[in-house]
Ligand binder design. Structure first.
Ligand code: HAM
Length: 423
């Protein structure tokens, strides 16, 4: 796991803040759930690959627990218990660290951060569209460009496999192979399991349908799957959702991919991931999962959600040169000329901070000249030098570091002087 030094930590928090603002603007309220949960809860429907990558241990009470690899299971647990009677729809937001024993590499860490949005209680296409619109708003708001939403629907392939009488377990095995883009292995597996030639041909065609033109793609998938009623219903649902995204302020480019699958096993409807051309890894992912809550409580509560990956959004913005510099107009250092001046320096510092200025007080006991050269090195814009004579007159020496000019100013005028815009 990584240590995040100030520059990195600041960037991560910047995205986190934007994600929280997006939640607020769309009516999603934040919940905070524990990092450690019962293994069984986290393992349910998380998919074989993710299950293998969980940090699992036994706690002192002998319980098998794990570090959360995602938020969805924890939020679904709350939905099935404490929030089950709350009026629907319920919109919930979470943000924090997650843990997966992935092979560390560019954009893939064992500890990473996600923002997570879940909408419970509606199975209508407008709730799927809402999650996609929210995703688009967040990516646009942080300044990302040329991003793309890769979209599919698990109901297409699962629908075909259901009509061909494949069990849920076998369907999940196929979806895991497709998630790893092992289409040939998936077809061979199905053949061994006695899949009909018609089904194999249909799937082969589906795996090859990808296009940036949703309407013609929908027509193409419909034609290929015309013999499979359940799959056709999924395509209709997908078409309805995509239709709701056709408005001016929706920025994301869409890529419809009929053979697209995701590793998580709980999805029942639309699935999607976000990408930028500069990076091969997904910046986030989500989809509809109508049966997960039922697994925990017996109640049928439909749900749809998305989790943007915060670390990868930082990488994408860095790649596009879009990381905003944290601009602090002023960084002020107060230098007491002797030890008696430390306490009065704290007093001035507190006055300035109350006015929203960023202020440090010299803490190394350095002489004024050493403190000044340190201030230069650290990008301090203004130093304030406080000595007994100035204190007696309620003044302070203000030095503008870049300009190398200094003047004695009244303490009561400091805030006005420091806050006035630079010429
Ligand atoms: P996921 O696709 O497993 O979905 O993860 C979402 C995002 O988390 C990924 O696209 C990626 O940006 C980030 N991520 C995943 N693993 C790592 C890693 N090892 N290092 C860095 N970033 C990573 C979910 O977690 C679902 N719970 C999303 C969801 C919410 N579906 C419905 N509601």
């Amino acid at each position: 796991m990584r240590d995040l030094l100030p520059d990195k930590a600041e960037r991560l928090r910047y995205i986190e803040q934007a994600a929280r603002e997006t939640a607020y603007l769309h009516g999603y309220r934040e919940i905070i759930t524990p990092i450690v949960e019962h293994y069984e809860l986290l393992a349910a429907k998380v998919g074989e690959e993710n299950r293998k990558r969980m940090f699992i241990f036994e706690d002192l009470g002998g319980r098998k627990v794990a570090l959360r690899p995602e938020f969805t299971a924890s939020v679904a647990r709350l939905m099935a218990t404490k929030l089950v009677a709350d009026p629907k729809p319920l919109r919930l937001f979470s943000v924090g660290s997650l843990y997966r024993y992935d092979e560390p590499q560019f954009g893939r860490y064992r500890e990473f951060w996600q923002a997570n949005y879940e909408l419970f209680g509606s199975n209508k296409p407008e709730s799927d569209a809402e999650i996609l619109i929210l995703t688009d708003n967040l990516l646009n708001e942080i300044g990302l460009e040329n991003y793309q939403l890769k979209i599919g629907h698990v109901g297409i392939i699962k629908g075909i496999l259901t009509e061909e009488h494949f069990s849920e377990d076998k369907q999940n095995s196929i979806m895991q192979l497709l998630d790893k883009k092992e289409w040939e292995t998936a077809l061979n597996y199905l053949q061994q399991e006695g899949c009909t030639q018609k089904c194999l041909d249909t799937l082969q065609k589906i795996f090859n349908i990808k296009s940036k033109d949703p309407i013609s793609t929908i027509n193409e998938i419909t034609e290929v799957t015309s013999d499979y009623t359940i799959a056709l219903r999924a395509i209709e649902n997908l078409a309805e959702i995509l239709n709701l995204l056709e408005f001016e302020n929706f920025h994301a480019k869409l890529l419809l991919d009929a053979g697209f699958a995701r590793g998580l096993e709980y999805y029942t409807g639309i699935i999607f991931e976000m990408y930028v051309p500069e990076m091969e890894i997904a910046l986030g992912g989500g989809g509809r999962y109508d049966k997960l809550i039922m697994l925990f409580s017996g109640d049928m509560i439909p749900a749809v959600g998305v989790a943007p990956g915060i670390d990868r959004l930082v990488l994408a913005l860095e790649d596009q040169g879009k990381i905003p510099q944290v601009v602090r107009k002023h960084r002020i250092l107060i230098i007491p000329v002797n030890r008696e001046m430390i306490k009065p320096s704290f007093q001035v510092a507190s006055l300035l901070r109350d006015a929203g200025l960023v202020v440090e007080v010299e803490a190394m006991g350095r002489s004024v000249s050493k403190a000044l050269s340190d201030a230069n090195r650290r990008g301090i814009t203004h130093t304030l030098i406080l000595g007994p004579r100035e204190m007696a007159d309620n003044t302070i020496v203000m030095r503008q570091m870049a300009e190398r000019v200094q003047e004695t100013v009244k303490v009561k005028n400091l805030i006005k002087l420091l806050k006035q815009p630079k010429q």
